[in-house]
Design a protein around this ligand. Sequence first.
Ligand code: NAD
Ligand code: 2HG
Length: 527
Amino acid sequence: MYKVLVSDPISDLGIQQLNDAVDVIVDKKTGLKEDELIAIIGDYDALLVRSQTKVTERIMEAGKKLKVVGRAGVGVDNIDLEAATKRGIVVINAPDGNTIATCELTFAMMMSVARQIPQAYKKTVSGEWDRKTFVGVELRAKVLGIIGMGRIGSEVAKRAKVFGMEVLGYDPFLTEDRAEKMGVKLCTVNEIAAQADFITVHTPLTPETRHIIGKAQFNIMKKGVRIINCARGGIVDELALVDAINQGIVAGAAFDVFEEEPPAADHPFLNNPNIIVTPHLGASTIEAQENVAIDVSEEVLHILRNEPFKNAVNMPPVPANVLSVLQPYFQLGEKLGRFVGKLTEGAVQEIIVNYAGDLSDVDTTPLTRHIVKGVLINHLEEVNIVNAMHMAKLRELNIVVQKATTSKTFTNLVSVTLKSKNEERTVAGTLLSGYGERIVQIDQYPVDIAPEGNMLLISHSDKPGIIGRVGTLLGNNQVNIASMQVGRKVIGGSAVMVLSIDKEAPREVLEELGQLTDLLHVKAISL
Ligand SMILES: NC(=O)c1ccc[n+]([C@@H]2O[C@H](COP(=O)([O-])OP(=O)(O)OC[C@H]3O[C@@H](n4cnc5c(N)ncnc54)[C@H](O)[C@@H]3O)[C@@H](O)[C@H]2O)c1
Ligand SMILES: O=C(O)CC[C@@H](O)C(=O)O
């Protein structure tokens, strides 16, 4: 018998198939504290959660029989994925089931903020008949900016078109072709900030999306703009938003999610008449809760019964014989993907992976997954080696794998090229005996660097004095250089400089560097 613990409120109808299964016992115990969960989790083979239960490393450590954690929803930010992977616990989610519910809440929020429905309701039920205060705006002919054009963002775009809105979209994986098909104008975040009447965010919360709408963006917005966040708290800088409302830049905001949930009683959103809030209700429809519970229950049954499953967020199924050859390259592959992903400007359309040397003798698919994961992880928090190819396909990314039995320079060479509309960038790496992982080529330039920590990649003209000027500028700003590599093809031509630095270079320093004569481009990369 398999034992399944449901620790958050999950639709009964949705978990019917688990209740009906002859080989499964389901226990529902919601609202448990971490220690209470730790005390009982040892009995269970599967744990089903929504977003309330924080599935910590301690819980997984105590879950000696735990094979699977199922998240009835999209975001897995309440589950310690690394701890699960380390213990071979499969984490699954239900990414599609609540898309429409959240999209519809976003629309409800957009209309509510346009017409101040909650504020008008509050006054009316308190006995006031105030028809003057609540003069709203129409959505028709307004510009809607959508940041994050995945499942929910794309559905919001569809509905906005029907409302007669002009839609601007930003997503690192949105190509011009796809945007055109959806009737969406591809823009940057700042273009959206400057042009939109309504802005809605639909990204995961990652280091890149944290405060993607912040002070700098509010400062360039049109007066009267309205902001909606039904994705994750922290994507919009909450304090900067309150300032922008006080300055009369933002006319209203509607938030379903908060940087800290539930928000503290004195949270500045809670007593601001221009901000409407809901308690993380995006997925809270009968249909969505059934959908996600059905999806996740089905998958849990497959995993418990050792049958194939599809929505794993973590588990790497690699055959042992292949694993022994490829495993040493997994981390390098992911780093190469991340490195070249951070380097490449514009929506990526194609990933070309080149394997040269002994590696070409085996099925390199598991390594390619790591590379693709590395490219995507810069923007998609839920990507892993199990779903990387699927995620790439969803985004119409073309993946080309090429092999050569010998490499001119190294026993094995893995090279990753990204093609976007704007450019084509290549990074190649290898494992050097005694030195470990090395990046040995960036575009056409030979280099030799350890892919780790904080790096600065500087393209420049190969002229005397430039290295000194870069060093002096960094030194004057207390940025210590740990190592430096310069690559060039010909004397006096273009060159590339890669610096390892002891801490992240502040934005102002990067801007100052960018202004040095003969310096063409600066990119900060942290691995
Ligand atoms: N309020 C709720 O109850 C609720 C319900 C469901 C989902 N969500 C949240 O909504 C968000 C979107 O969900 P989804 O199902 O559409 O996910 P998705 O993965 O389909 O889409 C997310 C999109 O964000 C894009 N993205 C990543 N980094 C970006 C960046 N720096 N700039 C712009 N775009 C970026 C990705 O490329 C992707 O296309 C997630 O955070 C999810 O957890 C909230
Ligand atoms: O379970 C919920 O209600 C939250 C769901 C949502 O945040 C998600 O990421 O799927």
